[in-house]
Design a protein around this ligand. Structure first.
Ligand code: ZN
Length: 59
């Protein structure tokens, strides 16, 4: 598991973005296990759309 200064994940199935939680083995939205770390661009979109699931606060 690589260390990053964020823990935003993305579901590649439904593109739901959420704050990473080790308890999530699958997407909290669609339930599929198709999740991976979001890249910088996706994280920017995450803040833009506010499609985020935890108490991450936008800068
Ligand atoms: Zn999903």
């Amino acid at each position: 598991m690589k260390m990053k200064n964020n823990d935003i994940r993305i579901c590649t199935s439904c593109h739901f973005l959420f704050k990473g939680n080790p308890n999530y083995g699958c997407c909290p939205d669609c339930g599929k296990p198709t999740i991976r770390d979001a890249d910088d661009k996706e994280m920017a979109e995450c803040w833009y759309f506010r499609k985020i699931f935890a108490e991450a606060k936008p800068a």
